[in-house]
Design a protein around this ligand. Structure first.
Ligand code: NDP
Ligand code: MG
Length: 406
């Protein structure tokens, strides 16, 4: 993070600024598409170097042609033929495989938007960090799985990490300076997800379709389910701890169903500074793309008079145990948070496949972490290989428990 004063300038002042060279990892996803929407509306401001996806060859090719990218990569090698034929005649080069994604991330650019979902985003994003590239970070798993390594690599290379996640972007906007000793409490808001009002008994039988229907945000499947369990907010506490050097007891969660206030900082004099905006990721994404300036967007404007009132409530730890699990993992250390993410990836997929029930997600994650703690498998990782080994072990435990449950 960076404590430089935020300047607000008229967009006209951009005219003599050279275009920003940009790579987008996860270009076919929700954040990737929102990013490319901003790029397509402001073609003079951006030069797109590389775009990546996993399997969505057609969506990737369409996006690459639309924004004039130079290079397109699918992680899944079996999607390369489809990508090549969809790019036919465009002059855009194509490649496939995890190594090719990391190579795309290593191409020199001014900014890389890290919007792959899951731990799969860590190796390529870390590659860009090590080269000192400014990162617009949506892929919070980089910090949940390897926050210490990731931030240490950024310090070594001088890479600036700009938070895309709306709550962290909000906090970044209201930080007065890097003077963290002036801060009393940092608050991340949470919508509470689609099951905010359900009892535990009612949550037992919810379907994937109901869990995917987020009340305010339109997002990828995994983060939508994580919002329903509130594990997403647990991950965001861990993310905040790495972005802003504050101890866990100064990181708070407040349920705010309207998703208008995204984050707040309470200073030691009692002042609370909050950032507000309509729930549209194009606002925080554009804040990163234009930083330290601002750029115009077509994101909906907040109409507080139409809203009339904003409501807030404390999170319920009984119905949303994921918050407790995330705090426990953070206290346990970096091995535990990497395992937390990996187990969650497997169990969210198992829920979406109807192999386990909704409450089984958090219950099984707890069992994975218990097993790994007892086995002494959660030592803090000191390298990317260590992180991937913890990740793989947690996935194995989680898959075994899913099979046992079935
Ligand atoms: P999506 O599921 O919509 O998109 C994920 C992207 O990652 C797709 O481009 C997908 O490609 C790609 N991808 C998936 N698996 C792999 C893999 N193994 N290797 C390479 N690429 C892969 O996710 P979101 O856009 O919703 O979320 C992206 C990240 O941003 C997550 O970390 C999420 O937590 C974070 N975030 C998202 C927010 C949102 O509003 N959506 C808000 C705040 C944070 P393909 O299409 O081919 O599968
Ligand atoms: Mg968020």
């Amino acid at each position: 993070m960076n404590g430089a004063p935020i300047q607000v300038e008229n967009d006209a002042s951009r005219e003599d600024v050279p275009p920003l060279r940009l790579t987008v990892l996860g270009a076919s996803g929700s954040i990737g598409q929102s990013t490319l929407d901003i790029v397509a509306r402001n073609p003079e401001r951006f030069r797109v170097e590389a775009l990546t996806a996993n399997t969505s060859a057609d969506a990737l090719a369409e996006a690459a042609i639309r924004v004039g990218a130079r290079h397109a990569v699918v992680a899944d090698e079996s999607a390369l033929d489809a990508l090549r034929s969809a790019l036919g005649g465009s002059g855009i080069t194509a490649a496939a495989g995890a190594t090719a994604v990391a190579e795309a991330a290593a191409r020199p650019v001014d900014m890389l938007v890290a919007a792959i979902v899951g731990a799969a985003g860590l190796p390529p994003t870390l590659e860009a960090v090590r080269r000192g590239t400014t990162i617009a970070l949506a892929n919070k798993e980089c910090l949940v799985c390897a926050g210490d390594l990731f931030m240490a690599a950024a310090r070594r290379s001088g890479a600036t990490i700009l938070p895309v996640d709306s709550e962290h972007n909000a906090v970044f906007q209201v930080l007065e300076s890097a003077n963290f000793d002036q801060i009393e409490m940092l608050t991340l808001t949470a919508s509470g997800g689609p099951f905010r009002r359900l009892s535990l008994a009612e949550m037992r039988d919810v379907t994937p379709e109901a869990a995917l229907k987020h009340p305010n945000w339109s997002m990828g499947a995994r983060i939508s389910i994580d919002s329903a369990t509130m594990m997403n907010k647990g991950f965001e506490i861990i993310e905040a701890h790495h972005l802003f050097p504050l101890p866990p007891e100064q990181l708070d969660v407040l349920v705010h169903p309207e998703s208008v206030v995204h984050g707040m900082v309470r200073y030691k004099d009692g002042s609370v500074l909050a950032q507000m905006g309509a729930p549209d990721m194009r606002t925080p994404i554009s804040h990163c793309l234009a930083w330290p300036r601002r750029m115009a967007t077509v994101a909906p404007r907040l109409d507080l008079a139409a809203l009339g009132s904003l409501t807030f409530e404390a999170p319920d730890p009984e119905r949303f145990p994921a918050l407790r699990l995330a705090r426990a993992a953070m206290a346990n250390g970096a091995g535990a948070t990497a395992a937390l993410n990996a187990a969650d990836e497997v169990l969210v997929a198992a829920f979406l496949d109807r192999k386990i029930g909704f409450l089984g997600i958090a219950q099984t994650i707890e069992r994975v972490l218990d097993r790994m703690t007892q086995a002494g498998d959660l030592a803090p990782p000191t390298s990317l290989d260590d992180v991937m080994a913890v990740d793989a072990a947690a996935r194995r435990h989680a898959r075994t428990l899913v099979v046992e449950a079935g």
